[in-house]
Design a protein around this ligand. Sequence first.
Ligand code: GDP
Length: 444
Amino acid sequence: MAFEGLTERLQNAMSKLRRKGKISESDVKDAMREIRLALLEADVNFGVVKDFVKTVRERAVGTEVLDSLSPAQQIVKIVDEELTKVMGDEAVPLNKSAHIPTIIMMVGLQGAGKTTTAAKLAGYLKKNDNARPLFIAADIYRPAAIDQLQTVARQVDAPVFEMGTDTDPREIVRQGLAKAAEDKNDYVIIDTAGRLQIDEKLMQELQDIKEIAKPDEILLTVDAMTGQNAANVAKSFDEQLTITGVVLTKLDGDTRGGAALSIRAVTGKPIKFTGQGEKLTDLDVFHPDRMANRILGMGDMLTLIEKAQTDYDEKKATALAEKMQENTFDFNDFIDQLDQVQNMGGVQDIMKMIPGMSKMPGIENVQMGPKEMGHMKAVVYSMTPAERTNPDILNPSRRRRIAAGSGRSIQEVNRMIKQFNESKKMMSKMSNGNFSGMDQMFGK
Ligand code: GDP
């Protein structure tokens, strides 16, 4: 699977922080060292890694992150945002000409997946833009290149303009464009020749074709498996041809992440699509934010953090933190906490979003549905105001009275008071970003 090693190492670095509770600058420094190594090992360009780590470190030790209620989560969020930024922030759509046809010139080294991607793109345009594309077969050098294009073109049901292998590619492109004008095709996709390496003759030919076709889009296909070398290839192509976008292929393979994370920063050009398999439907629009989530292996964790940020009342949280410090957390706060958790969708839903949590032994025994919460509330509501604010006075006779008042058994009341005391401890850990004791909080 793509990014496996990188994901695992980044997660390790993050969970170390999460386990810390309070985080110091030196903890951040250690985490950054690990992130740096993880990225270098994933074959991300050195300069990109250096800038990335510097930015994350500055943001992490900067404004109020370390003093916040959940520094580890904040740092995860920063890493995610910066990964997104490195890959270009927003998805960049294909260029489209104001008049037909929109001309797309496919370029790339041999074997990168250019011809396959050309067909995928035609399929994509037909599906999403109701397009009537025409392929131009301008690779006359590779044996069977034209046959291959015709095969995949048939699969996506689009015509190919070809003149065999004896005509100069420039002439093929000229005549192909005339044909597209005649047939009123709205897209032209030119499949150009590739080489094993960039050479001058190829570049001259591509420059000439560019001059003739004046493409709206010059899409470079690069193989994600080649790591940061893909970024170097992209740089060379861009310097000589001024590309408009990149398609990163073979992301379904065992790629380490270097290409995805280096290309934008090294070339300044957007990755527009990714190839995720050999089938002609395996083409996806590239969304930097989703890719960052995937690299971090934590799409759901981010949803959780966002949920926590929107649903969790910051003022209440701050008041709670103070109570923890003063050790005045009482049953009124306990009820507040139950409400907050309920607002966020219930304990089990929250648990599921925390990476690794689902694998924890006994997690399936955590029972905290609306019914259980209702019982707990009934018990608290049967307490006098004095008992709620000062749980230490809950002696056996008071407990019996509460049990009778709430309709719960004395054992249940005792268990809940025990849970309350446990949760008092757990809350203080959790407020420092450590979720690992959440199951204990609910009396498992
Ligand atoms: P070209 O020489 O650049 O035109 O490359 P081709 O289109 O002939 O592709 C080379 C090989 O890579 C073929 O076997 C394709 O099936 C394969 N390929 C292309 N894109 C992908 C992809 O996204 N994932 C996988 N797994 N294979 C791909």
